[in-house]
Design a protein around this ligand. Structure first.
Ligand SMILES: [Zn+2]
Length: 259
């Protein structure tokens, strides 16, 4: 059944307004396998049955309020181009910085040009530059000693993720170092935590064909929450990790994802 046929059926199943429900699937007759959600004007559906292909998302007409919000937010974003501070210098200015990058498997990503990394003299941080194509959106700095607080610091715009790599499969990881480590085989996207900011969803939708949510065992529930948010748009898998990806070299990462 094609997209618009599915959409027509889905529309008849739920009332208008906010919806978040689960029911028997009319496409595969699965018991309670179909989830349907509507927030704002978006209608999303997904069937959990392994052999069912019912899945889709439909962006409806925006209300005037949504139009205004979108336009105004876009205008605001245009204004604030991130300017790299003078305190950001080469990573080779101190061994502390290169040692951290080596230990956390970020060097390869830097050398290959998959990540732009600097050293912030002022804050004593290894700084991962956030770029959207060639445009610099902001940066994320990791403190290089335990005295630097907070451990991770966000400079500039927080609405766009740090991305490293050029594969069309994204691996969502907790931090920038793990994103760099995974970039040799996939594209690493740093969540900077264990939840998915709404503003990352359109970016993932646009750039990738597949997403793997790769979080620690402690964050298993969060990993499944994220996959629940994303799978309406992109095929999404969850990979539970016993250890952070930044401690893995290329061979170990390949082995992990080939399991
Ligand atoms: Zn189904």
């Amino acid at each position: 059944m094609n997209f618009s046929q599915q959409l027509n059926i889905i529309k008849t199943l739920v009332p208008s307004g906010e919806v978040d429900t689960r029911m028997d699937c009319p496409f595969c007759s699965g018991t309670n396998t179909l989830t349907i959600k509507r927030n704002n004007s978006d209608l999303l559906w997904y069937c959990f049955h392994a052999s069912c292909s019912a899945k889709g998302n439909h962006e409806g007409e925006m209300t005037m309020e949504q139009v205004i919000n979108t336009v105004v937010t876009k205008e605001k974003e245009k204004e604030k181009d991130f300017v790299i501070p003078k305190s950001f210098v080469s990573i080779f200015s101190t061994d502390k910085c290169t040692d951290y990058l080596k230990k956390n498997h970020c060097m390869e990503s830097y050398i290959q040009g998959n990540a732009e990394i600097k050293y912030d003299v002022k804050q004593n941080r290894a700084v991962f530059i956030i770029k959207e194509k060639e445009k610099i959106r902001g940066a994320v700095g990791r403190g290089l000693t335990s005295q630097v607080y907070p451990k991770w610091f966000m400079y500039g715009d927080k609405s766009y993720p740090f991305i490293s790599g050029d594969s069309d499969t994204a691996v969502l990881v907790e931090d920038c170092a793990s994103a760099c480590a995974v970039s040799e085989t996939h594209t690493g996207v740093a969540l900077m935590g264990t939840s998915l900011p709404d503003s990352y969803i359109p970016v993932l939708k646009k750039k990738f064909k597949k997403v793997i949510v790769a979080l620690d065992r402690d964050a298993t529930t969060k990993a499944f929450d994220i996959s629940n948010q994303l799978r309406y748009y992109i095929p999404t898998e969850v990979k539970i990790l016993e250890e952070d990806l930044k401690y893995f070299d290329k061979t170990q990462i390949e082995r992990l994802f080939n399991d």
